[in-house]
Write a new protein. Structure first.
Length: 161
């Protein structure tokens, strides 16, 4: 059986789109943003390139929340190599995080399932930003549908012209 490079690329893109999608479940305690720059239902251009096919895609905003977003290095529960500078995990997705934002260097346990091996993983906070985070739906630049992607911060979106 021969598989073409195109078939391999299409399979990879499909798997990435599934990885970028989520159930849309919101963590306990997460508060909706009162005055988000991008209203629910509006469109924005994704400027982030967390994964292939994101940058330049048009997103539909499905949720906007005020919180602290963290970039983390985590050690997957699957035994894989550490994932460095993963963007983003929010304060409400950290086990026993308390009320106050955590500082870079803090060791935490993740209660997020954005990626395989993330839930229950040990992580180190690389950076923190108080911001509005957005959950979005979009079609990747390669044509794959992504639903309820968590999370983009405000600076990673730009207005649709």
């Amino acid at each position: 059986m021969r598989i073409s490079i195109l078939e391999v690329e299409e399979t990879i893109q499909s798997v990435l789109a599934e990885t970028m999608s989520s159930s849309g479940e919101i963590p306990d305690g997460l508060q909706e943003a009162e005055n988000p720059a991008y209203e629910i239902g509006s469109k924005a251009i994704i400027e982030a390139d967390h994964m292939p096919g994101m940058k330049g895609a048009v997103a539909t905003i499905v949720g906007a929340y005020d919180t602290t977003a963290y970039s983390v290095t985590y050690y997957p529960t699957t035994g894989e190599e550490p994932v460095k500078d993963h963007k983003w995990v929010i304060h409400e997705e950290l086990e026993n995080a308390g009320e106050e934002p955590l500082e870079p260097g803090a060791e935490v346990t993740l209660n997020a399932d954005h990626m395989e091996g993330m839930d229950g993983a040990t992580a180190v906070i690389e950076s923190a930003v108080d911001t509005t985070v957005y959950m979005v739906d979009f079609i990747t630049t390669t044509g794959e549908k992504v639903e309820n992607h968590k999370w983009l911060v405000e600076s990673e979106l730009s207005p649709v012209e």
